[in-house]
Design a binder for this molecule. Structure first.
Ligand code: SAM
Length: 286
């Protein structure tokens, strides 16, 4: 295995620091540094960027990001056992790596980052979707980050990038694609990780658009898509009945057949419906 820096191979690092993977921390490590460099390259030119990495573990992707030239990496890791290995990387790349120990769900990274900011991570599977939803729903748009380069289980990656009409299409696709360009950048087999998970994985790349593709109030859009996809087999006139007493004419006013089902409806139509609902107000109470 070739190395991308002068640091020891990751297998040695793991055995020296006794970093046996823990399932409850979602630990599936990437040990091939050529692969981690390839993943880092999916994030684009990092030389002028700060990179936020969640869950660096023994630091395979961290090394990839630094070797690819990231201006600065802020890495947040919950497992204190990884800190000595990460300190060795910080020493090899002076002033370019900051490690914070703690729960990424509880730490606000913003005070420690300078724009432009990109996020790159092989996410712990148990908090990956929660973090993604947080990053996709900031109080203001555009968000604090320019792009996200994230490893997910293949099935989650497909839900993020799904198009109408497919089984994977739902709220996550709409949320991601409303204000981002989202695509699967790489597929990885279970054997790419140690230990090998049961499922295939994929790297998803999301780029924040300067503004939403179609105007809509985020809270109303969220309510509409929740109601529509929580009962995805039902016709929209039934699943959305609770949103407005005149839902059928409202659906028709934006060109949606009241008998259609959620998975047939594209982003533009959901946004138009959210806007029509907002304009219509609460309507007569039922
Ligand atoms: N980046 C490493 C790699 O690619 O080999 C490790 C990836 S592993 C899938 C996920 C990492 O996230 C582990 O190092 C784990 O300890 C860490 N982690 C789990 N929960 C976390 C949390 N709440 N906050 C920060 N890190 C967490």
């Amino acid at each position: 295995m070739s190395t991308i820096d002068n640091l020891p191979p990751l297998r040695d690092v793991i055995s020296r620091h006794e970093l046996r993977a823990k399932k409850q921390l979602g630990q599936n490590f990437l040990l091939d540094l050529n692969l981690t460099a390839k993943i880092a390259r999916q994030a684009g030119d990092l030389t002028q960027c700060d990179v936020l990495e969640i869950g660096p573990g023994p630091g395979g992707l961290t090394r990839g990001l630094l070797a690819e030239g990231a201006r600065h990496v802020l890495a947040i890791e919950k497992d204190s056992r990884a800190l000595p290995a990460l300190a060795e990387i910080a020493a090899a790349y002076p002033n370019r790596l900051t490690v914070m120990q703690g729960d990424a769900l509880k730490i606000d990274p913003l005070p420690h980052l300078t724009p432009p900011i990109r996020i790159a991570a092989n996410l712990p599977y148990n908090i990956g979707t929660e973090l993604l939803i947080r990053w996709l729903t900031p109080p203001e748009w555009p968000p604090f980050w320019d792009s996200l380069t994230l490893m997910f289980q293949k099935e989650v990656a497909e839900r993020i990038t799904a198009r109408p009409g497919s089984k994977a299409y739902g709220r996550l696709a709409l949320l991601a694609q409303w204000r981002c360009e989202a695509r699967i950048a790489m597929m990885l087999p279970p054997e790419a990780f140690v230990p090998a998970p049961k499922v295939h994985s994929a790297v998803v790349h999301l780029t924040a658009l300067p503004q939403p593709r179609h105007p809509a109030d985020p809270a109303v859009l969220s309510r509409v898509t929740a109601a529509a996809f929580n009962q995805r087999r039902k016709m929209l006139r039934a699943s959305l009945r609770g949103l407005h007493p005149d839902i059928e004419p409202l659906l028709e006013s934006v060109g949606i057949a009241p008998t259609a089902r959620a998975e047939e409806i594209g982003l533009q139509q959901f946004c138009a419906l959210a806007t029509a609902l907002k304009q219509a107000g609460p309507g007569a109470s039922r």
